[in-house]
Structure formats: structure tokens, C-alpha cells
Design a protein around this ligand. Structure first.
Ligand SMILES: [Mg+2]
Length: 123
């Protein structure tokens, strides 16, 4: 099950890697380099899934999550945190994020998480 995924990360390398992975799996991919770009993107097309980095300039991932959730609470968001950021994970889940995955993550783990979310969403 695929659709449109929005990948939000300030690191170009991460965006590229994830874009390639999702395209290969049949997704339509949109990318954003910070929270403000992410919000602009959601205004254009409502994605089926958002992959959100936490630390970004201009508007961070938690702020962007709050902004997106306020308008589109049904969009599933996966937050990409750093290892051991327990407080960030807590805040992310409180903000409505569905899952957190700590960087650096295994591609297979991410794919399983995405598939599980999409199945949950469809049921
Ligand atoms: Mg970052």
C-alpha cells in the first residue's frame, strides 16, 4: 500500500536516501528541507504519510508537527529522532506523532513501520 509521502529533513543526503527508497517501493515522493517548507507542501497536497526530522532550522519537527496536526490531524507522522532523545519522543507522541524511529535507522525497520501504519490506517 503506497501513496504520497512527504520527507522532511534538513540534510540533503537523508532526503535523497529516503526519496530513493520510497520511490523504489512505488510511492509518490515530496521533500521539504524544514518545517516551513513542510507546511507549504501540506497546503498543496495532503500526504498519506510524513517522515519528519526533529532538528531543522527555521521551524523544527515538533513545531511543524503541531502545525500540521492542527489542520490535518489524520495524517500519520513518523518522527525521526536522535538516539536517546526520550523527552523529544514523549513530546512527539503527545503532539500526535504515530511512531518515532531513532537515527541512524535500518531501512528494513523503517519499511516495516511504514507498512504497519498504512495497514492500520486502511482498516
Ligand atoms: Mg536535522
Amino acid at each position: 500500500m503506497t501513496g504520497t509521502v512527504l520527507i522532511v529533513d534538513d540534510q540533503k543526503g537523508v532526503r535523497r536516501l529516503l526519496e530513493e527508497l520510497f520511490r523504489r517501493d512505488g510511492w509518490q515522493v515530496k521533500v521539504a528541507g524544514d518545517g516551513i517548507e513542510a507546511m507549504d507542501s501540506v497546503e498543496e497536497i495532503i500526504p498519506d504519510l510524513v517522515l519528519m526530522d526533529v532538528k531543522m532550522p527555521n521551524m523544527n519537527g515538533l513545531e511543524a508537527t503541531h502545525a500540521i496536526m492542527a489542520r490535518n490531524p489524520s495524517i500519520p507522522i513518523i518522527m525521526m529522532t536522535a538516539y536517546g532523545e526520550i523527552e523529544v519522543v514523549r513530546q512527539a507522541l503527545e503532539a500526535g506523532v504515530k511512531r518515532c524511529i531513532s537515527k541512524p535507522f535500518d531501512i528494513v525497520t523503517l519499511r516495516d513501520m511504514v507498512n504497519e501504519l498504512m495497514i492500520d490506517r486502511a482498516s
